[in-house]
Design a protein around this ligand. Structure first.
Ligand SMILES: [Zn+2]
Ligand SMILES: [Zn+2]
Length: 261
C-alpha cells in the first residue's frame, strides 16, 4: 500500500504555522509517496478562514515542480460544507485547478461549534450528534464539489460533555445513509489519522470505515491533518496496520479531481 499524506495545513490556514516547503521536506524525510496540501476554506464571519487561493497556487506550483523527482505534490483544499455557503463554495472550487477536495462539516448554519460554546446551550450530546449527522447528510446529498468526506466522527472531540464519545449505534442509520449517498456519487472517505494521538485510532474509527467498505465504498484517502511540518506522515504506518484488514488493497490518490489509475 502506498504511504501518502492527503490532509495537511500550512501557513495558508489561520491555525497552522509551517511553510509549505517544510511539509514537503518532512514528507520526503518520512519516505512518503505523495503529499497533498489541503489548506482550509470556511465561509464564516470575519473572513479569516477564507483561503487566498491565487496566492496559494502561486506558492505551491513552483514547489511541485522543484521536488517532482523526489515526491508527488498535489494541491488540494479542505472546504467546509455548509448549506448556507453552498454557492460561494462551489464557485471557489470551480475557479481553481485543485487536485483534490476534502469536504468537512466544521460548521452548522455557519456556526463553528468547535469555537462557540453557546452552540451547545440546552442541547444534549445526542441532540448535538443528531444535528451534526443530519447536516452532514444534507451536505453530501447537495454538494458535488468534493472528493472525500473529511473526518466523519470529528464531533467526538467537541462539546461540554463529560464523555464526548459518540454512541454510534444511535446514529448508525443516518451514517449508513451518508455512506450510501457517497458511494452512489462515487465519493470517498478519508481516514484522518490525527485521531491516533487522542483516541488511538483514526477518524472515522475502524468500525465505521469498515461499514463504508461493506456497503460498497472503495475510495479511501489517508491524511494526518498536520498543522505543523513535523506532524506530516505521523501515524500513517499505524493507520495502515489498523485499517488495512478492512480489505482495501491501496489508498486512492487524485489528480485534477480525478482518481489516479
Ligand atoms: Zn477539518
Ligand atoms: Zn484539516
Amino acid at each position: 500500500m502506498r504511504r501518502i499524506d492527503y490532509h495537511t495545513h500550512t501557513c495558508f490556514s489561520p491555525d497552522a504555522i509551517s511553510q509549505p516547503e517544510e511539509h514537503i521536506l518532512e514528507a520526503i524525510h518520512k519516505g512518503l509517496d505523495e503529499i497533498c496540501f489541503t489548506d482550509h476554506n470556511d465561509f464564516v464571519e470575519g473572513g479569516e478562514w477564507e483561503l487566498k487561493a491565487a496566492d496559494y497556487f502561486q506558492a505551491l506550483l513552483p514547489l511541485k515542480e522543484k521536488y517532482k523527482n523526489q515526491i508527488k505534490v498535489k494541491i488540494g483544499i479542505e472546504v467546509g460544507l455548509d448549506m448556507k455557503s453552498k454557492e460561494k463554495t462551489e464557485k471557489l472550487i470551480h475557479a481553481y485547478p485543485f487536485d483534490f477536495v476534502i469536504g468537512s462539516i466544521h460548521t452548522i448554519d455557519l456556526c463553528d461549534f468547535a469555537a462557540e460554546e453557546s452552540y451547545f446551550e440546552g442541547k444534549t450530546k445526542q441532540q448535538f450528534h443528531s444535528e451534526y449527522f443530519k447536516a452532514m447528510k444534507e451536505c453530501v446529498e447537495s454538494f458535488d464539489c468534493f472528493d472525500v468526506l473529511g473526518h466523519l466522527d470529528y464531533v467526538r472531540r467537541y462539546g461540554p460533555y463529560k464523555d464526548s464519545s459518540i454512541d454510534y449505534d444511535l446514529h448508525q442509520d443516518i451514517i449508513d445513509e451518508i455512506f450510501q449517498i457517497l458511494i452512489k456519487k462515487g465519493k470517498g472517505i478519508e481516514i484522518n489519522v490525527s485521531g491516533f494521538k487522542q483516541f488511538g485510532e483514526g477518524l472515522p474509527n475502524y468500525h465505521e470505515a469498515k461499514r463504508y467498505y461493506e456497503l460498497g465504498g472503495r475510495i479511501f484517502t489517508m491524511g494526518t491533518d498536520s498543522h505543523q511540518a513535523s506532524d506530516v506522515g505521523r501515524y500513517i504506518d499505524e493507520a495502515i496496520d489498523m485499517y488495512q484488514p478492512i480489505g482495501f488493497h491501496d489508498i486512492t490518490t487524485f489528480t485534477q479531481r480525478q482518481k489516479d489509475e
